[in-house]
Design a protein around this ligand. Structure first.
Ligand code: UDX
Ligand code: UDX
Length: 502
């Protein structure tokens, strides 16, 4: 008999059906949620709760934030974050069942369910500096809930937090809450990616809800599951143990980032051997066990989550006395840093071993396309290296605000750095302007408008110093086509070695 057909049926059942608590575990009496408060109007809280309001017309959703300017922006025509589709969602429900406010107390008092979506940056000082998540904002939001709440609340961790944070939240709530007010804590991590947030929220692969396996815990999970059931099929709403849910968020990001570091490690071998990393990733991605996603070699991953969450995992492993595990995950971040150094080194050696006084046109500053977010963007590190080499840098990004670029490059704390910076760096309003008089174009972000089908590279070539180089850190260009124009093209994961058996 075919060994595959003889596998026990459990092995063939999707993990969701085997490991999620059965649907009837939350088929118990539970409260219907009619008012939601979200603390934190950021990249996660804003879009997530706007979509909840959009999909659940019967629920009143109030998103609160301490930052008045941010709330004002959410209430204006110019939303504080750029996400395709977000404007339409917000505009269709704002003022009806979606509200943005700085009145945190009223929103907490009135809500049945509270999402905690405040930021959890990597600690900058003290124990765990550089690795551990700073839970200060989560703690202060939790204390605030305890102080203000007068009735039972379901408190939901939306922020990414280390495993067992729910325990600390519970202690704070129970020891500070008003008598008679009961708090049930859920973990409901967010898996949306920037640039596709609305799509991810409308059609999530899964919704994960972690709760204690008690009657109260499961009833709270049932209340939240009902909210999502307004648009997500029931079987995609997965319920499980709180700690598994918390860890799954870190695990998902760590595994995704690990794939990128793995393909980037292979890109170095490709450059040294004549293999082409795009071909390698295509070939391995056809294996259904591996799959094609997150195998695009690049100048390095960025974004607010990957590095932070892996460092978090490293710290967690160290605190659990698992140094080998910590070292394993640390290496994913180290490979990412090494990719940026290697790319820079390649640019220096191609440009005849010096960048002094040369003009580099940096195309793209966001950490990926279709977002104005620059957190941990590879471009920031690359520009820092180019500056150390005394290059002149011209930056163009279609979405990132000029003030944000200055902020990211200014290294806060260095008093007169902005003056020095502006002598070396200019920000331009088009790719053509950036490339004018440049020795090299460096593609840092994979914006569609940088593709050779969109930009007129003949025009760019005509205005550049010769030899004119292009360094494609995102593998978005047709190398042969550009070489025909006259460019010297260098791509991540592709060597200039001709295919030859000599
Ligand atoms: C989210 C998650 O919450 C974080 O854990 C995850 O790892 C990354 O994504 P994000 O939404 O990107 O964070 O953060 P940010 O855009 O900085 O928004 C957080 C908001 O919370 C800010 O607007 C901040 O003003 C607000 N905040 C913070 C409060 O309203 N109260 C506080 O006590 C702290
Ligand atoms: C990520 C996770 O995908 C999301 O589930 C989680 O909730 C938050 O963190 P995000 O940071 O928005 O989302 O972006 P993502 O699309 O995952 O990209 C992260 C970085 O990896 C970007 O810099 C991107 O350019 C890079 N990347 C991605 C690659 O270099 N190669 C790839 O194949 C994929």
């Amino acid at each position: 008999m075919n060994p595959v057909l003889s596998l026990p049926s459990g092995a063939m059942t999707p993990a969701s059906e085997r490991l999620s608590r059965p649907l009837d575990s939350i088929d118990i009496p539970h409260k219907k949620v009619s008012k939601i408060c979200c603390i934190g109007a950021g990249y996660v809280g804003g879009p997530t709760c706007a979509v909840i309001a959009y999909k659940c017309p019967d629920i009143i959703v109030t998103i609160v934030d301490l930052n008045q300017a941010r709330i004002d922006a959410w209430n204006s025509d110019n939303l504080p974050i750029y996400e395709p589709g977000l404007d339409d969602v917000v505009k269709s429900v704002r003022g009806k069942n979606l509200f943005f406010s700085t009145d945190v107390d009223t929103a907490i008092k009135e809500a049945d369910l509270i999402f905690v979506s405040v930021n959890t940056p990597t600690k900058k000082s003290g124990v765990g500096k550089g690795f551990a998540a700073d839970l200060g904002y989560v703690e202060s939001a939790t204390r605030h809930i305890a102080k203000v709440a007068e009735s039972d609340k379901i408190v939901v961790e939306k922020s990414t937090v280390p495993c067992r944070t729910a325990q600390s939240m519970r202690k704070i709530l129970e020891s500070n809450g008003k008598p008679g007010a009961r708090f049930d804590i859920l973990s409901n991590p967010e898996f949306l990616a920037e640039g596709t947030a609305i799509r991810d929220l409308f059609a999530p692969d899964r919704v994960l809800i972690g709760s204690l396996d008690t009657v109260y815990g499961r009833a709270a999970a049932a209340s939240l599951a009902d909210v999502y059931a307004n648009w997500v099929p029931r079987k995609q709403v997965i319920t499980m143990n709180l700690w598994s849910s918390e860890l799954s968020k870190l695990a998902a990001n760590a595994l995704l980032a690990q794939r990128i570091s793995s393909i980037n490690a292979l890109s170095a071998i490709c450059e040294a051997t004549g293999a082409d990393v795009d071909e390698v990733s295509y070939a391995v991605g056809l294996d259904s066990r591996i799959g094609p996603k997150f195998l695009k070699a690049s100048v390095g991953f960025g974004g607010s989550c990957f590095q932070k969450d892996i460092l978090n995992l490293v710290y967690l492993s160290e605190s659990l006395h698992l140094p080998d595990v910590a070292e394993y995950w640390r290496q994913v971040v180290e490979m990412n840093e090494s990719q940026k150094r290697r790319f820079t080194q390649h640019i220096i050696s191609s440009l005849f071993n010096t960048l002094t006084g040369k003009r580099l046109a940096v195309l793209g500053f966001a950490f990926k396309k279709d977002t104005g977010d620059t957190r941990e963007s590879a471009a920031i590190t690359l520009i820092k290296y180019f500056r150390q080499e005394q290059a002149k840098i011209a930056i163009y990004d279609p979405k990132v605000e000029e003030s944000q670029i200055w902020y990211d490059l200014a290294e806060p704390g260095v008093v007169d750095d902005l003056t020095a910076l502006k002598k070396q760096v200019t920000i331009t309003s088009s790719a053509y302007e950036a490339a004018q008089g440049a020795d090299a174009v460096v593609i840092c972000t994979e914006w569609d408008e940088f593709r050779d089908t969109k930009l007129d590279y003949e025009k760019i070539y005509a205005t550049m110093n010769k030899p004119a180089f292009i360094f494609d850190g995102r593998l978005i260009l047709n190398q042969k086509k550009l070489e025909k124009i006259g460019f010297k093209v260098e791509c991540i994961g592709r060597s200039r070695l001709e295919e030859s058996f000599e």
